[in-house]
Design a protein around this ligand. Structure first.
Ligand code: F2R
Ligand code: MG
Ligand code: MG
Ligand code: MG
Length: 354
């Protein structure tokens, strides 16, 4: 239960506190340190200056997925598609991706019949490789907590394919979901270290199979099968092992190697790196909390800060549980009570199904 709550609450904190910096090429560390320290000040809640930060499309879509799985008690693509579109129509100014909104319009026009079709027409038939499928998959990982791995992968792919039919778009969602799933299953004390190499080796093995299988299906007979997410995970492992030995990387170097933009390939491995990087001290930031360090580190990379922080903090929240997230940070986030309720509802659903 604590890890379920940690996952959804973590994703919310990353989105709400990362979004003021979305699109910034450089996020100065002193300014970010000051911003986070301000949100961590206790006993400020009753002050008129207490700021509640709005969530963006990342959380809006996460909420729609949670609602659909909880109410339908199964994956119902028509219902999920309808919730995405109605939620967008209700609150269109949540900072949605420029092109995904065309999918919502087309879904609505077709009365949600054939819910996978509009996404296939995006970008001249290539489909979107944006990180919109990955940023919202927290509830899928919770719902699929006890599922056999291939079923979880299939479910994640289908939840993503309603808007993201490009291989890189839905494989990014699968990687993020597998990372949360692994995080939920490891035993971890509140502030203790997890085995970074074991965590990454698990993901590399799973993702290599996912990428090899999906490419085989798409390009029959192709000689060399590209595995871009697996390759990025290997880079994450190399960087973290060098850092564990004392060779630290600058923000510019991390961005150059892993990326920080709105594509799934240049944000999901980055988020996984930030989730694990929070385990040890970060230059320019004083905190003993792996969760808070992950938040700081993810936002400090600049670019798609709300989404990278949301994905990183949902993994960190799933590793450490909600008790590792300072309550005061959650109070700064719109709808924090709703996200905890969804986590509990999903937990009950998973228990009922087993
Ligand atoms: N979009 C943003 N933030 C910037 C805009 C904010 C806005 N100005 C505001 O303040 O209101 N953030 C959100 O978008 C990302 C998730 O995007 P998603 O859901 O994947 O959308 P989409 O439209 O499918 O893809 C995003 C862009 O990626 C490029 N792209 C994708 N596939 C492509 C392809 N096959 N070929 C070429 N380009 C492709 C396009 O530029 C898309 O517009 C998150 O960051 C979320 O926070
Ligand atoms: Mg957003
Ligand atoms: Mg665009
Ligand atoms: Mg974003």
């Amino acid at each position: 239960m604590l890890k379920f709550r940690g996952c959804l609450a973590g994703g919310l904190v990353g989105d709400c506190l990362g979004s003021p910096f979305e699109g910034d090429i450089v996020v100065p560390k002193p300014a970010l340190q000051k911003f986070i320290a301000k949100q961590l000040e206790e006993q400020t809640e009753k002050l008129p200056s207490f700021q509640v930060f709005s969530y963006t499309d990342d959380t809006a879509m996460t909420k729609s997925i949670a609602q659909s799985l909880i109410e339908m008690k199964k994956f119902d693509p028509k219902d999920m598609a309808k919730r995405f579109a109605l939620e967008y129509n209700k609150e269109p100014k949540r900072g949605y991706g420029t092109n995904v909104v065309d999918v919502f319009a087309a879904l609505m026009l077709a009365n949600y019949e054939h819910p996978f079709e509009p996404a296939k027409r995006q970008f001249g038939g290539l489909g979107s490789y944006g990180n919109g499928g990955a940023m919202r998959c927290g509830p899928v990982a919770l719902y699929g907590y006890s599922m056999e791995q291939n079923r979880l992968i299939e479910l994640t792919r289908d939840c993503a394919r309603i808007t993201h039919s490009n291989l890189l778009g839905y494989n990014g969602a699968i990687l993020q979901c597998l990372a949360i799933n692994q995080a939920l299953h490891i035993h971890s004390p509140l502030k203790g270290l997890i085995d970074i190499n074991a965590f990454l080796n698990g993901l590399i093995e799973k993702m290599s199979k996912v990428e090899t299988d999906s490419e085989r299906n798409e390009n029959n007979g192709s000689e060399r099968i590209p595995t871009p997410f697996t390759d990025k995970l290997r880079k994450v492992k190399e960087i973290l092992n060098n850092e564990l030995k004392g060779t630290f990387y600058s923000v510019d170097k991390i961005v150059a190697i892993l990326g920080n933009d709105i594509s799934a390939l240049k944000s999901v491995p980055t988020a996984i790196y930030a989730a694990l990087r929070g385990q040890f001290p970060i230059d320019g930031f004083e905190s003993n909390s792996p969760f808070v360090r992950t938040l700081f580190f993810a936002v400090s990379l600049g670019g798609d800060t709300d989404t990278i922080a949301s994905m990183a903090c949902s993994i960190s929240g799933a590793i450490y549980g909600i008790d590792a997230i300072p309550r005061i940070l959650l109070k700064h986030c719109e709808s924090n009570d709703v996200m905890e309720k969804y986590a509990d509802d999903l937990y009950r659903l998973v228990r009922c199904n087993n």
